[in-house]
Ligand binder design. Structure first.
Ligand SMILES: Cc1ncc(COP(=O)(O)O)c(C=O)c1O
Length: 402
């Protein structure tokens, strides 16, 4: 064999039985067939087998199966999951997979800004309509369901980004079953360590795995999990395959690596968040704090009902509006100003000028996203260092306000 052949060819012995301790990365776009008949059988679906990584890939499948197990843990239902290229593609793929032109979705006003934009700017073009209400108003919801038979789905994000308002998953799933419609829950802020919507009767769970599940800010992906195996295989998977919204082996591998410490990370993040929430709540330059551990948060009771911990996301309104908020962020020396959440280190963001910039001011203020609101994704640092950084940021702000 000559040099140009040798550099391109990988003569992999598939029968050597190498026992890798860690998950291998199958960085391959396609898979070889044993012989021509095997290809025929796989394409005819009379035999299972890997074909092409947009359809399925062993690294990706391993990670999806692990998340399905986590979300379904302790329930009598077997779940399946598909990894997608991002949290946004998990949302669009499940919606386009299970809904049709003319279908109607009921959802909440305080969704992650990107989700609201996806609904209003993209999915409406496919003939799917959306109504935004308070999903805790069960009688209002019942009213809508009685009047509009085109409603096929309730879409909830709980806790919501960045106000942490929760919706009662069990109440919504009971209602959705009564009316024969689907309930989709975005479980990004909790992960299955804190909350398991499928156990509470939800039909589909989606995640931006980019956040807590990965936890290290080095992978973008999403996941759809459901006990509706036939619907997942028959409607959701073809949508992912044909939209090309599948994940890739490298991001899936990084996600898997990050997930190994998920429970440990969340333990520390949640306890740091509770200390920080109490500290901020007592600070003179803070108007109010949103953290589910605080008994005065409007969703404290729902959180107690359906979450095992209060989570590690919080937000607070600094006095002095947008100018103070931006100045406070610039004063920070340890916490990082970055537009993501759920990483091991503490991150801050000003939603009004970033994640929710496309939401009209009047609409975002109506759901509590004011100009002075700052979001904190609490990390695993020593709490004394976090408190010291936040204290000095307030002290510097106080000096400029004088
Ligand atoms: C609650 C929530 N859902 C979905 C998304 C979208 O995720 P991704 O950025 O991975 O597409 C985000 C992003 O911030 C989010 O906060």
């Amino acid at each position: 064999m000559k040099i140009n052949t040798l550099v391109v060819k990988d003569f992999v012995d598939h029968k050597q039985g190498i026992k890798s301790h860690q998950l291998p990365i199958y960085a391959t776009s396609s898979f070889e067939f044993e012989d021509a008949q095997e290809a025929v059988d796989i394409f005819n679906k009379t035999k299972n087998g890997y074909v092409y990584s947009r359809y399925a890939n062993p690294t990706i499948d391993h990670v999806a199966a692990k998340i399905a197990q986590l979300e379904g843990l302790g329930s009598d239902k077997e779940c399946i999951a598909y990894l997608t290229s991002s949290g946004m593609s998990a949302i669009s793929s499940v919606m386009l997979g299970i809904l049709e032109k003319g279908d109607h979705v009921i959802t909440q006003k305080d969704l992650y800004g990107g989700t609201t934009e996806l609904f209003n700017k993209v999915l409406t073009k496919s003939g799917i309509d959306f109504t935004y209400i308070d999903l805790n108003d069960i009688s209002g919801l019942k009213n809508l369901l009685e009047r509009n038979k085109k409603i096929k789905c309730i879409y909830a994000e709980t806790p919501a980004n960045p106000t942490l308002t929760c919706v009662d998953i069990l109440e919504l799933s009971t209602l959705s079953k009564q009316y024969g419609i689907f309930l989709i829950v975005d479980n990004t802020f909790c992960t299955p360590i804190i909350q398991q919507p499928l156990k509470l009767g939800a039909d589909f769970v989606i995640h931006s795995t980019t956040k807590y599940l990965n936890g290290h800010g080095n992978s973008i992906a999403g996941v759809i999990v459901s006990p509706h195996v036939d619907l997942m295989k028959g409607a959701v998977w073809p949508t992912i395959k044909l939209l090309g919204s599948n994940s890739n082996p490298m991001d899936a591998w990084l996600l898997n690596l990050g997930m190994k410490t998920l429970a440990l990370r969340l333990e520390k993040q949640c306890s740091n968040a509770e200390v920080l929430a109490r500290f901020l709540d007592a600070h003179v330059l803070v108007n109010h704090v949103n953290h589910l551990s605080l008994p005065n948060h409007n969703s404290h009771a729902i959180a107690l009902k359906q979450m095992k911990k209060f989570g590690a996301m919080l937000s607070f309104e600094v006095t002095g509006g947008m100018e103070s908020a931006l100045r406070w962020i610039d004063n920070l020396k340890l916490c990082t100003h970055a537009p993501t959440l759920g990483d091991v280190d503490t991150l801050v963001l000003h939603p009004a000028s970033s994640s929710h910039i496309a939401i009209p001011k009047i609409e975002r203020e109506a759901v509590g996203i004011s100009d002075g609101l700052i979001r904190i994704s609490v990390g695993i640092e020593d709490i004394e260092d976090l408190l010291a950084d936040i204290t000095q940021a307030f002290n510097s702000l106080n000096n400029t306000l004088k």
